[in-house]
Design a binder for this molecule. Structure first.
Ligand code: SF4
Ligand code: SF4
Ligand code: FES
Length: 250
């Protein structure tokens, strides 16, 4: 009988950034439509391991439960993806859950992804409408411009593209594909383009766009199908043009 099936989980636990990780196994009764987050909620209601040992609920991040907020990214069977859209029926068992590996651990499956927000600040990834100068009524965007911008605006800051990028590490300080794509988005916005030069300048030098090895792991993993390699090519071309122009202006 289908309802008597069970689902086995193997979850990497770590109490704090300073303690050693260990694994715990959990077994839940199968029911239709289970996903990773609903399973973690179920474990939290009765935190007992597979061999009957009481333990603590698993710590993880989640909010929207519909692949919009980007907070529930983790490694599921070794792949960076969103836990709220990972259906148990489509996963091999035991379902192995681990935190993203390139970000500081907070606890269990929760990691600190503030590096992305620092990178977005570095690249001024916003439209400057702070009211300190007159922007007028603002230019209109054509349908074509809106259609080109929309896919880029779908980024949910999940950091999966950075997790899988071979160049995103402490040695390079590379900003990663998400930030580069946001530079493209805001530079093509008619009001946002006021900061275009500063954004491109932020992507020059160490940790900038030249660190990208064009391995394309990012575009393959992105849960929102953002055309990241196209963004990298376009922004890379613009950075190069500006750098050469600046040389001649000196
Ligand atoms: S193309 Fe490759 S190196 Fe460049 S950002 Fe994407 S994964 Fe990283
Ligand atoms: S570009 Fe894609 S993979 Fe990267 S943070 Fe945004 S949504 Fe996530
Ligand atoms: S909980 Fe928001 S994307 Fe998964």
């Amino acid at each position: 009988m289908a309802d008597s099936k069970s689902v086995l989980f193997k979850i990497r636990r770590q109490g704090s950034p300073h303690t050693s990780p260990h694994w715990e196994e959990f077994s839940l009764a199968w029911h239709p439509g289970m996903n990773v987050i609903s399973s973690l909620m179920e474990i939290a209601r009765n935190p007992v391991t597979r061999d009957g040992k009481p333990t603590t609920p698993i710590t993880y991040d989640a909010n929207c439960l519909e692949e919009v907020c980007g907070s529930c990214a983790m490694l599921i069977n070794g792949t960076a993806r969103m836990a709220c859209s990972a259906l148990i029926d489509k996963l091999e068992q035991p379902v192995r859950l681990e935190p993203l590996s390139k970000f500081p651990i907070v606890r269990d499956l929760a990691v600190d992804r503030s590096v992305l927000f620092e990178n977005l600040k570095r690249a001024k990834a916003w439209v400057p409408i702070d009211g300190t100068y007159d922007l007028g009524s603002g230019p209109r965007m054509t349908m074509e411009e809106q259609e080109a911008a929309y896919p880029l605006s779908r980024c949910i800051s999940c950091c999966c593209c950075m997790e899988v990028c071979p160049q995103f590490n402490e040695d390079t300080g590379f900003v990663g594909a998400a930030t580069i794509s946001q530079v493209r988005l805001f530079n093509t916005h008619p009001t946002g383009s006021a900061l275009k030069r500063e954004r491109l300048a932020a992507l020059m030098g160490d940790g900038g766009i030249q660190e990208c090895g064009y391995a394309q792991n990012c575009v393959e993993i992105c849960p929102k199908d953002i055309p990241l390699t196209r963004s990298i090519s376009e922004v890379g071309g613009a950075v190069m043009k500006q750098a050469i122009g600046d040389l001649f202006r000196k």
